[in-house]
Design a protein around this ligand. Structure first.
Ligand SMILES: [Cu+2]
Length: 488
């Protein structure tokens, strides 16, 4: 009798748990089948028409009675902030989130795919990225209220936590965003991450967080999805996971750790409130998309540089170059004079790390590791990062403009003879570009190279050795991936 009632109670209890679980579980509909698998592309490789259709689709889901479809995504991200940041959920949950966002865009316009923003390519002067252009996402917030007053989303009024203007407050000041993580740094992190746990953590913090805190205001809160830059930022983070999965095929389906509720993280976990289990999102093709690589070509190939179809304004005359202390191998995140070296991103503020459940000592360790990468890459005379200004005509032009306006000086720290030869060789490899503006930039850069050359006659830096190649600094695998991704 006792046993029977115990069993009865047990059955009732199990049933109650199951009912409770069913209530908490997402609509267990199967994710929609793919009619086709299409590419998500880097935003600057879209045509003007394609880009405008993407913007129009975002505007469409921002319209209607509040909260709009867009607002609800912001709230969903907020509601899951404590489970989706600092835990194994970070990568898979955000993959599901942006896929659902993309599906909503496609309900409005089936041709649209979510683009990604390769901020690593823009990492050495992120404020000069075309994404901030006044016909794209607009720039920094204005002084005072921080309201964004230009771009496609200038009139966008985020609804949560209360209605307000879209705000940005660049951490470097009115015209500067501190340096972000460069392709070399991301590659080095991907290379050394041998488990999902390592990669998930090291992608979230610091590289992904750096974008949030550097753009600031809405992006620097748990309502970060208020800023449409969020979606193309997270698409790039998602691409990094996909790249890593393919880099370490053994880890393609790797998933482990402890969830925020203390349970073991397993591939069968539902990514609430989305209709996917973790296992459903390992393969992006299961979610109907793949990532097109972003090949930017080599030095002075202006083809993929975005704004105004490659038109660049060229100032004259060139400001003088001056020698820089060659022992300073780690450049400041706000440095905008050095044209050849990598800048060290700023440490992620402790308040942000605490808000995101990050393991703070681990993040500081990763930052120290990155500092070593920066120093080493800056010592390598045979490598010009695709992200440094000298690789990008627009960025170089903007820096020269700024230097001219501020009566400042444009410098190059690695001005040894080999670097000049390398730069000249890279320049020669893209002689096919024919537009007159590119010719002007090329002429200007030639002037700079000549100037560096004459200085370099006098500079002998004993710290360089023959073994200083990119391969020996970030590893042959990482170097190869970098070359593949960026067409070096
Ligand atoms: Cu998030």
């Amino acid at each position: 009798m006792r046993l029977t009632s115990f069993i009865l109670i047990a059955i009732v209890a199990v049933a109650a748990v199951q009912t409770e679980a069913a209530k908490l579980e997402p609509r267990q509909q199967r994710a929609p089948r793919c009619r086709s698998i299409r590419n998500r592309r880097e935003i600057r490789t879209l045509s003007d028409a394609e880009r405008n259709r993407f913007f129009a689709a975002v505007r469409a889901i921002q319209s209607g009675p509040r909260p709009t479809t867009y607002d609800r995504f912001v709230q969903t991200h907020y509601d899951n902030r404590l489970t989706a940041h600092g835990w194994p959920w970070f990568l898979p949950w955000h993959r599901a989130l942006i896929r659902e966002f993309e599906r909503k865009l496609q309900e409005h316009d089936p041709t649209v795919m979510l683009p990604y923003w390769d901020w690593a390519y823009d990492s050495q002067a992120p404020e000069q990225s075309p994404v901030w252009h006044s016909t794209w996402l607009g720039g920094n917030g204005q002084p005072g209220d921080r309201c964004v007053t230009d771009g496609v989303f200038a009139q966008w009024q985020p609804f949560y936590p209360e209605p307000h203007c879209l705000r940005r407050d660049w951490a470097g000041g009115q015209n500067v965003i501190p340096a972000l993580y460069s392709p070399e740094m991301l590659n080095a992190l991907a290379q050394r991450s041998m488990t999902f746990t390592d990669f998930n953590r090291q992608t979230e913090s610091p590289p992904h967080n750096a974008v949030h805190v550097s753009v600031g205001s809405d992006m620097g809160t748990m309502y970060s999805a208020n800023d449409p830059i969020f979606w193309i930022h997270h698409a790039f983070v998602d691409k990094q996971w996909n790249d890593w999965q393919r880099l370490h095929p053994r880890n393609y389906h790797a998933y482990e750790g402890i969830n925020s509720d203390g349970t073991p993280a397993v591939a069968n976990d539902w990514l609430r409130p989305f209709p996917y289990r973790v296992a459903d999102v390992f393969d992006t093709q299961n979610l109907c998309y793949m990532y097109a690589p972003f090949r930017v070509g080599t030095l002075f190939n202006g083809k993929n540089n975005g704004i105004n179809n490659g038109t660049v304004s060229v100032p004259a005359p060139l400001p003088p170059t001056t020698p820089v202390n060659s022992s300073s191998m780690v450049l400041d995140a706000l440095d905008r004079t050095e044209i050849l070296g990598l800048r060290m991103p700023r440490p992620i503020p402790e308040t942000w790390l605490r808000m995101n459940n990050a393991n703070i000592p681990q993040v500081r360790q990763t930052e120290a590791f990155i500092r070593g990468i920066v120093a080493n890459v800056n010592r390598v005379r045979t490598h010009v990062s695709p992200s440094v200004p000298v690789s990008q005509p627009e960025m170089l032009t903007n820096m020269i403009n700024t230097a001219a306006t501020n009566n400042g000086q444009l410098t190059a720290t690695r001005k040894d003879r080999q670097m000049v030869i390398d730069a000249a060789a890279l320049k020669g490899s893209s002689s096919s570009s024919s537009s007159s503006s590119n010719d002007q930039v090329t002429g200007m850069v030639q002037h700079m190279i000549n100037s560096l050359q004459s200085q370099s006659e006098a500079v002998e830096d004993a710290s360089y050795t023959e073994e200083d190649t990119l391969d020996s600094v970030i590893g042959a695998e990482a170097a190869k991936q970098l070359r593949d991704n960026y067409g070096l």
